[in-house]
Design a protein around this ligand. Structure first.
Ligand code: NAD
Length: 266
């Protein structure tokens, strides 16, 4: 076990929505790179405790958890405070928590639209707002917004999601400009389809919206968009996030980086 009493020796990362899928893979990659990690997300408390302990044991990095609901700005403020209490500061923000609903716009439930905006877009603004001043003062920071190929191009029946993800790419550019002279970079990662619970859940919804079987959705809708015809792996997104936090990536800022098997090249 390394000595973590010297807090200047590692960076402190908050990864929202890291109890599952892409967020968990990013948290693991950052912990493996030696950074302290504050996990966040929903789920069974006992399972999350096991997850946190396993990650800490396997990586040797300090790992904590805060269950802030990212739709609530007050809880986001509490997440930042708890991280500062646990690890002294916040150096790396990964805005990853996200939800999806697939429906034609005329049937799109208004409460789901509001929630998608709050979790997928507004939360990133609140978390950046609460941590940017500290990053500026210390002259180092990383903001990574997990957008999507849907931050660059659209698909039907995902009006709220596409709107939120395009917004997230816009926020990324503004943060890059505001942080540029303060050692802070801001980038969006734009994954294509990654087989996580979020995608597994939307297969039946898409089947219903398009009148297809679930197998047809996987073959003709999801992977039809992705020229490699295979899912992106969560660990590949984690590795990209860790690279963006490394010294080699210090001049990469304001970008929206596709990791989408060629989807947005078409
Ligand atoms: P997932 O469902 O596996 O994980 C989502 C995470 O967000 C979970 O940890 C969940 O607990 C958390 N979360 C949901 N609502 C929350 C809330 N109110 N407060 C706090 N945490 C909350 O999904 P995923 O596929 O890993 O998606 C992660 C991100 O990647 C999302 O922003 C998603 O839009 C984006 N993304 C996913 C794909 C894909 O194909 N899976 C592609 C592009 C972008």
């Amino acid at each position: 076990m390394r000595d973590f009493t010297d807090t200047s020796a590692f960076r402190v990362a908050v990864v929202t929505g890291s109890t599952s899928g892409i967020g968990l893979a990013i948290a693991r990659a950052l912990a493996e790179a030696g950074h302290a990690v504050m996990l966040n997300g929903l789920g069974d408390p006992a399972e999350i405790t096991t997850l946190r302990e396993t990650l800490q044991t396997e990586t040797g990095a300090p790992v904590a958890f805060h269950g802030a609901d990212m739709s609530d700005p007050a809880q986001i403020a509490d997440l930042v405070q708890a991280t500062e209490t646990a690890f002294g500061r916040v150096d790396i923000v990964v805005n990853n928590a996200g939800i999806q609903t697939v429906a034609p716009i005329e049937d799109f439930p208004v409460d789901r639209f509001d929630l998608i905006m709050q979790i997928n877009l507004h939360a990133a603004w609140h978390l950046a707002r609460a941590t940017f001043g500290g990053m500026k003062a210390r002259g180092w920071g990383r903001v990574i917004n997990v957008a999507s190929a849907h931050g660059l191009v659209a698909s039907p029946f995902k009006s709220a999601y596409v709107m939120a993800k395009h917004g997230l790419v816009g926020l990324t550019k503004t943060l890059a400009l505001e942080g540029a002279e303060h050692g802070i970079t801001a980038n969006a990662i734009c994954p294509g389809y990654v087989l996580t619970p979020l995608v597994e859940r939307q297969i039946p919804e898409t089947a219903k919206a398009r009148g297809l079987t679930e197998d047809q959705v996987i073959r003709d809708v999801l992977l039809a968009a992705q020229p490699t015809r295979s899912f992106v792996q969560p660990g590949q997104v984690g590795a990209l996030a860790a690279f963006l936090c490394s010294p080699a990536a210090a001049q990469i800022t304001g970008t929206a980086l596709p990791i989408d098997g060629g989807w947005t090249a078409q």
